[in-house]
Design a protein around this ligand. Sequence first.
Ligand SMILES: [Zn+2]
Length: 227
Amino acid sequence: MSSPPSQRLPDWHRVWAVLATGLPLAVLTVGCLNSQRVPPDTAKRPSRQLPARPTIAPARATGNKTPSSWKPLKTVRRWNSIVLHHTATEAGSVASIHANHLQRTTGGKPWLGIGYHFVVGNGKGMPDGYIEPTFRWRNQLQGAHAGQKDHNQHGIGIALIGNFEKRPPTAAQLASLRRLIVHLRSVYAIPATGLVGHSDIKATACPGKLFPLANLKRDFAKGGITP
Ligand SMILES: [Zn+2]
């Protein structure tokens, strides 16, 4: 025996009622799952995307040949100092600093990118002791690192990756830094008093209390820094 149509109607009403409430819920649920699969703010934090490999051949503190990447591409600017920095980060690279500095502004004007002229890696983000010149050096542009006009205009900004308030730079970093300083001094005629730490020209802890700034400055003033 079949049921009269009047008895089936309530069943269809229940089916439609379930579909009507269930479908939007299902769509919402799938939407949430989908949105969770997408990293929420990848685009906003490119600095976390460290490049797996450097883009320029390594320039470690071995060998006597000056890497070709250290040669400026444009007319040489007048340089009269070298300003030393740490990044105050455990890890980093030219690419990660560049991404970070692109988000900065001074007086409402956005930065062109990484403010330093050279970066020395510590093995976390860049190979340990690896020296990489930035676009500011290659194009002989003023820096954005000193917080002080003359040293931004005519000071070569070198940043070592690391937080030297917590631990000293690696031996490879220091060897590379010495090699770079010797090169810059001889080619660009930096005066004997021209090697400074960031803290010498601005109220900052940079390049950190565990960075051997006094030793380097003393050796530089005596002309005794050797690679
Ligand atoms: Zn600094």
